[in-house]
Design a protein around this ligand. Structure first.
Ligand SMILES: [Zn+2]
Length: 232
């Protein structure tokens, strides 16, 4: 199992690690700060420095490991490397991820709707709902979310035993009914606004996010609405 350093420190930009598996251009490290595609947040990119620089082009979760795909052969099992993530890309994902949590909580509190899918990118994020919500309603929700973001709410991640975590009301709101079957859950709190199980990378304060600007709306049927936003 790779130790996921980004779960404890999402601001970690460089780290040292040991290569524990190599299969062609697929690399597993004993620990990593590279975020793998999951929870709607895209993977990090960056470089692995050893005898030369290897570009990390993709990062995924695979059978309990975090696997890095690099652009050339040459890394060997057992060697020590330095990893450097592309910070600009990651930081945009962090701001977007936090904004997604805030707006989804605003919508949940207002009408009890859970998001049914979301995809974060550096410049634009989309979120789907399987209940009827008009564009005008989304504009109102975005305004409420922006009021929350403008406050200097601090984000904190802590690890709790599953039993203890499950006592927090709605702690697995975003997971719906399928709570991951793991002994320790990572609980993310956004000031006293939200507390939820989450494995993503987030900013330290809501002030870092900026403001949500709705950039698109798609009516994909009576019960499928999609909203897009950017951050200013
Ligand atoms: Zn999340």
């Amino acid at each position: 199992m790779t130790e996921a350093l980004y779960l404890k420190d999402s601001y970690l930009k460089e780290f040292e690690a040991t290569v524990i598996k190599v299969e062609g251009k697929l690399i597993v490290l004993n620990q990593t700060a590279f975020y793998p595609t999951s929870g709607g947040q895209p993977h990090d990119t960056g470089i692995i420095i050893a005898d030369k620089e290897y570009r990390v082009v993709d990062v995924r979760k695979k059978e309990g490991d975090i696997v890095h795909y690099v652009d050339s052969d040459g890394l060997k099992e057992g060697i020590k490397i330095k990893g450097v993530i592309d910070w600009e890309r990651r930081y945009k994902h962090m701001r977007m991820h936090t904004s997604a949590h805030v707006i989804s909580k605003v919508i949940y509190d207002a009408i009890g709707a859970l998001c049914s899918g979301n995809e974060i990118s550096q410049d634009e994020t989309r979120m789907d709902f399987s209940v009827p919500i008009s564009r005008e309603q989304f504009e109102v929700f975005a305004k409420s979310a922006n009021d929350v973001l403008a406050k200097d709410l601090l984000l904190k991640a802590q690890f709790l035993p599953r039993e203890e975590a499950m006592k927090i009301p709605e702690v697995c709101r975003l997971f719906g009914t399928t709570v991951p079957n793991i002994p320790v859950l990572r609980i993310l709190s956004i000031g006293d606004f939200d507390t939820e199980a989450d494995g993503g990378t987030h900013v330290k304060s809501t002030k870092e996010v900026g403001q949500i600007v709705i950039s698109g709306y798609e009516n994909k049927g009576k019960e499928r609405k999609r909203i897009y936003w950017k951050l200013s």
